[in-house]
Design a protein around this ligand. Structure first.
Ligand SMILES: Cc1ncc(COP(=O)(O)O)c(C=O)c1O
Length: 374
């Protein structure tokens, strides 16, 4: 049976990984500055991760959400301790889209309203409301298009005010650093005013931290660079270092009710074991400090390269903008230099989303290759 052909594939077959590298079937080493799309947080096959997942699968891999699961409680406590989001409650699911879908649904339950405000170039996933809130008409099917969504420009505070004052908006959903769209960020003023407008209009303020969370921005969450307190925070990618897990952090003002949300697989034992190993490693190896140190080093080198027109992003969610499309450059970096990088909707942007364990030598290797190609 052929695979449903929805992904344009690079001709590389990674079969193993260690730290910031993956290896193909011939043993060729690739430097992974893409992290499987910002997923690999603590590095491929980290010993803490391998041990936790191995021990858990040998003990109990799965049971449903109808029983006590102390691993979920431990994970919630550890997220609270490392993120500083004290008092929030955790609902676990399996992916970023599912996290946002649940966040939007909860916002609608809480407010009794149904329109969403989202932003130009935003990406929130491919499920029903999450894809409708995504600014990409080509991935919105007619069944998704029935959702009520208004897309505004980042920094259009006049537009946000006008929409929220109409009284039917359940949620404003924001990426504090846009991922797929190309690393644009609103201003502090904008985010803080949107937050205030949400408070004034009984609208939930949702921080989509699926890509920017878990330390990637240089703080545990990207919203923590601003003075806002989201009602709901969605998380996924870096959370499981490749094991499928997602979740939402829910402000205590939103009350739970039996049956309001639910999932079969979400929060299963194996996923929680993976999630706990990730947080233990982020803490033990002080990976958020590493993010800030390596980010600064990366930017300091990038600034010396005249062909780079703009350096975008924050932490280890970085982008280099050129005055040409980067598709061929990315191919050269993979095939000739064995370095994975990322692209974006902005075709002139090369994205860097490495494991948070990346070091200065890896950055030097990247720039050496980049300069050769430029
Ligand atoms: C900001 C953001 N939200 C949501 C998603 C969707 O996550 P998933 O692919 O796990 O459904 C992504 C994926 O790239 C993302 O970058």
């Amino acid at each position: 049976m052929p695979l449903f052909d929805v992904y344009p594939l690079y001709n590389v077959t990674p079969v193993s990984g260690k730290g910031t590298h993956v290896y193909d079937e011939n043993g060729t080493e690739y430097l992974d500055l893409y992290g499987g799309h910002a997923v690999i947080s603590i590095g491929h096959s980290h010993p803490n991760y391998v041990e936790a997942v191995t021990n858990q699968v040998k003990t109990l891999g799965f049971y449903s959400n109808a029983i006590q699961n102390p691993l979920q409680v431990a994970l919630a406590d550890k997220i609270e301790a490392l993120s500083g989001c004290v008092g929030y409650e955790l609902f676990l699911c399996n992916s970023g889209a599912e996290a946002n879908e649940n966040a939007l649904k909860l916002a609608s339950f809480k407010t009794g309203k149904s329109r969403i405000v989202a932003f130009k170039n935003g990406f929130h996933g491919r499920t029903s409301a999450a894809v409708a809130a995504t600014d990409n008409a080509s991935i919105i099917a007619p069944i998704n298009a029935q959702q009520k969504v208004t897309i505004l420009d980042l920094d259009d505070i006049v537009g946000v005010k006008a929409e929220l004052e109409r009284g039917d908006v359940c949620a404003v959903i924001v990426e504090f650093i846009q991922g797929v769209g190309g690393l644009d960020q609103g201003s502090s003023d904008f985010f803080e005013q949107v937050y205030a407008l949400c408070k004034a209009n009984n609208t939930m303020f949702i921080a989509d931290e699926v890509q920017s969370g878990y330390g990637r921005s240089g703080k545990f969450f990207a919203f923590q660079h601003y003075n806002v307190t989201p009602d709901i925070i969605s998380i996924a990618k870096g959370m499981g270092n490749g094991f499928p897990i997602g979740g939402i952090l829910i402000h205590p003002d939103i009350e739970s009710k039996y049956g309001m949300l639910g999932t079969t697989f979400g929060g299963n034992h194996l996923a929680c074991a993976a999630g706990l190993a990730v947080l233990k490693t982020i803490e033990e190896e002080k990976l958020i400090d590493n993010v800030n140190e390596i980010s600064e080093y990366f930017v300091s080198i990038a600034k010396t390269i005249p062909q780079i027109k703009k350096i975008k992003g924050r932490g280890l969610m970085l982008g280099l903008e050129f005055d040409f499309e980067v598709g061929d450059l990315r191919k050269k970096l993979i095939y000739d230099h064995h370095i994975f990088t990322g692209g974006a909707s902005n075709k002139k942007l090369l994205r860097i989303l490495p494991p948070l364990t990346v070091n200065k030598e890896h950055i030097e290797q990247f720039f050496e290759a980049l300069i050769k190609e430029l």
